[in-house]
Design a protein around this ligand. Structure first.
Ligand SMILES: [Zn+2]
Ligand SMILES: [Zn+2]
Length: 290
């Protein structure tokens, strides 16, 4: 029996960036829905990773994913990814029929900047018909290799600088692509302590200009509160986002049910302190036509 008790929630009554079991989350979609209801959310989107690249299993990071038990988030072909998402979306459809809150089928997509990827992705979208798509970049391609952001920190200084330039360039291209309802964790490399220096401000502004041009929203991702007193992105970026009128929403990036809606009030206040005045509604984000 669903609990009808709904808590007052400042800032946002939905969460669209979440992960579940079978990918790299720890709970089932049904567990996530129950948790969302308990914290007073009215809409929940499940957005598991959609990471497709022919060389993904050759990347330096891949063995870590194998050991960590989440290699299923990586696919070498679009057919492989589609085969994983089809039964997953069927499960979400069944859940939507029996839930008291609205359920949406999302995906967190790693953008890759070459024509075959784009063609394959657009074909996959026609087949899977997600309700919304989150753009992300956990990998960059450089010197014929795929580098996960986790590998940036072990690189020598020159290589790290080149990797970070590739990262921001790719994010700009992702913004320009018009494929995404919103972009995830803009300054992800800070996860491993990279790219926080002030001199990255020009690369950051360049991406924000592209987001503003294409009216692509960004999330304020509260998962970084696990490691720091700020979310993704930093105050520096969020002030530029506010000044450029890039639309904003809150995300928890929950990989377990307990984390659904976590730190939303704190992130809301942080965003306000950076000059963000308007927060998107769930409907406005889902309305974006691709
Ligand atoms: Zn992510
Ligand atoms: Zn995520």
């Amino acid at each position: 029996m669903a609990c009808n008790f709904v808590l007052f929630r400042r800032g946002q009554n939905f969460s669209l960036h979440t992960h579940t079991i079978g990918f790299d989350g720890q709970n089932t979609p049904a567990d996530m829905v129950a948790a969302a209801q308990q914290v007073g959310l009215r809409h929940l989107g499940i957005s598991n990773h959609f990471i497709v690249h022919p060389d993904i299993t050759k990347s330096k990071f891949y063995p870590f994913a194998v050991r960590g038990g989440y290699k299923s988030i990586y696919s070498s072909s679009f057919d492989e990814a589609i085969a994983k998402f089809k039964p997953h979306y069927e499960e979400l459809n069944r859940l939507a029929d029996t839930s008291d809150i609205k359920i949406y089928r999302g995906m967190e997509v790693d953008f890759f900047d070459y024509p075959e990827w784009r063609a394959g992705f657009e074909q996959a979208i026609k087949i899977l018909k997600p309700d919304y798509i989150i753009g992300a970049s956990h990998f960059v391609e450089m010197d014929g290799e795929l580098h996960n952001v986790h590998d940036f920190s072990n690189a020598d200084n020159v290589t790290r600088t080149r990797l970070l330039i590739s990262y921001w360039t790719k994010l700009g291209r992702a913004a320009e692509s018009g494929l995404f309802n919103f972009m995830a964790h803009l300054d992800l490399p800070k996860k491993t302590g990279c790219g926080t220096e002030y001199y990255w401000v020009e690369e950051e502004q360049n991406v924000i200009d592209k987001l503003a041009e294409t009216k692509t929203p960004i999330e304020i991702n509260t998962s970084f509160y696990n490691r720091s007193d700020e979310p993704y992105p930093s105050a520096r970026i969020l002030k530029m986002v506010a000044a450029s009128n890039v639309p904003v929403l809150l995300s928890d990036d929950a990989h377990q049910a307990d984390f659904v809606g976590r730190h939303f009030e704190r992130a809301y206040d942080f965003a306000r302190s950076c000059g963000v005045k308007k927060f998107l509604t769930c409907r406005a984000i889902l309305r974006k036509t691709r």
